[in-house]
Ligand binder design. Structure first.
Ligand SMILES: NC(=O)c1ccc[n+]([C@@H]2O[C@H](COP(=O)([O-])OP(=O)(O)OC[C@H]3O[C@@H](n4cnc5c(N)ncnc54)[C@H](OP(=O)(O)O)[C@@H]3O)[C@@H](O)[C@H]2O)c1
Length: 259
């Protein structure tokens, strides 16, 4: 029986990913911040997949040593993580000087530092076993500077570039371990409220995809050892086109989308 560890696996895109892993017979380890959400997810999976193990670990992943705590706790439980999904993350929207510096610092800790450390800890074991997969959730905003989403977009650019570079290194060493990064467009989840984007039309626009579609496309890409996926093929082709545009124009388009 294989095990998938999913950060933020109790809601939104992470919950949909957890469902796909559970349907494929994986034992689940779900790590997130709120106990009630973790309990609800555990009940859901235990009812639907009584033969499989569902372990939850409550951890605020913005805190110092959070990734080390998760890693050491999983070791102490004898869990071998076959797939690590770095999904937990949140956004911060607005004019840079008007955004809460503490909230943005926590966002950097979660979206960047935690992804970095979780990857370092678990990848080491995977490379030693010459088996395993990592799926990192970035965003379409990773491809360009995004005014009014400046810090968030930069954190997601880190996730994208870090993931692709590691996957390249692994392939060049002929490793069987792979790293896939998913870069979704807007998805209607709790992310919207968390990022202070409530009421924004973007999440109901032609740019929006469902959490189910994001999870499905990311899951398929991960299983095919692809390095990068933009959920919904149309957005993949659209991104190929927009990447040819000058950065100034891209920022203008992005500003208009984020209104
Ligand atoms: N929604 C979008 O438009 C969109 C687009 C592109 C990329 N993404 C990325 O997709 C990923 C999933 O987001 P989502 O849309 O599914 O949003 P979501 O429903 O808000 O889910 C975020 C998950 O992250 C967990 N999390 C947040 N802060 C945490 C913390 N400090 N410690 C531990 N866990 C924490 C949450 O757990 P708790 O509920 O327990 O806090 C939740 O399970 C994020 O990385 C996000 O940046 C989202």
């Amino acid at each position: 029986m294989k095990t998938a560890l999913i950060t933020g696996g109790s809601s939104g895109i992470g919950l949909e990913l957890s469902k796909l892993f559970a349907n494929d017979g994986y034992d689940l380890v779900i790590v997130s911040k709120f106990e009630e959400e973790l309990n609800a997810a555990q009940t859901l999976f235990k009812e639907k997949h009584p033969q499989q193990k569902v372990i939850t670990f409550q951890q605020d992943l913005t805190t110092e040593n959070a990734a080390r705590n998760v890693y050491e706790w999983s070791k102490s439980k004898g869990v071998v993580v076959d797939v690590l999904v770095n999904n937990a993350g949140f956004g911060s929207y607005g004019y840079i000087n008007e955004m809460d510096i503490e909230k943005e610092t926590d966002m950097i800790r979660l979206n960047v530092l935690c992804v970095y450390q979780m990857t370092r800890f678990f990848l080491n074991d995977m490379v030693q076993r010459d088996a395993g997969k990592i799926l990192n959730i970035s965003s379409i905003v990773a491809f360009q500077p995004s005014p009014f989403f400046s810090t968030y977009a930069a954190t997601k650019a880190f996730v994208k570039n870090f993931s692709q570079a590691i996957n390249y290194e692994l392939k060049s060493k002929k490793s069987n371990v792979s790293v896939t990064v998913a870069c979704p467009t807007s998805v209607k989840t709790q992310f919207q409220q968390q990022a202070n984007m409530g009421g924004m039309k973007l999440f109901d626009s032609w740019m929006a995809v469902s959490p189910e579609t994001v999870a499905k496309d990311a899951y398929v890409a991960m299983n095919s050892n692809k390095d990068l996926v933009i959920p919904k093929k149309f957005f993949h082709y659209l991104n190929e086109l927009t990447q040819r545009l000058p950065t100034g124009l891209l920022m203008k388009i992005s500003e208009n989308q984020l209104k």
